[in-house]
Ligand binder design. Structure first.
Ligand SMILES: [Zn+2]
Length: 131
């Protein structure tokens, strides 16, 4: 029956959503931002870096905080770990987006076709952009 098919795909969508939630739950520490590698002078006037020698590797994670760009300095020994945190955050963000898409499909599946068609034409009428 039609209803059964719909219920099955709804269940399928819910399963997919919960699989993604489980993946998020298993993810480690997350940190928003972009890891930026650069080199810098350490400030010691007697260091080689102050006299044309090689600079010291430095790393920051930059992110937007209320529209302002914020940079957090990452100690060298923490760089590999923080790199994972940044990657985790990116992955979680992707998963949340995917969950949102699936949730929308789940809702659409729930709305009877006629209602959906009426809503679509309604949204066309209320649309402001005319091309
Ligand atoms: Zn130095």
């Amino acid at each position: 029956m039609n209803t059964k098919v719909r219920q099955e795909s709804e269940a399928g969508l819910r399963r997919q959503i919960h699989a993604k939630i489980a993946t998020i739950a298993k993810t480690g520490i997350c940190m928003p931002g972009t890891l930026v590698r650069k080199s810098r002078k350490c400030g010691n006037p007697r260091c080689a870096c102050a006299n044309g020698g090689p600079l010291h590797p430095a790393c920051t994670v930059t992110s937007k905080d209320c529209g302002r760009t914020k940079a957090v300095y990452i100690p060298v020994d923490m760089i590999p770990e923080v790199e994972t945190w940044v990657a985790n955050h990116k992955r979680v963000k992707e998963l949340l987006k995917e969950i949102g898409v699936l949730a929308e499909r789940l809702i659409r599946l729930h709305v009877p076709r006629r209602l959906a068609a009426r809503r679509r034409s309604g949204s066309l009428e209320s649309g402001t952009a005319e091309t």
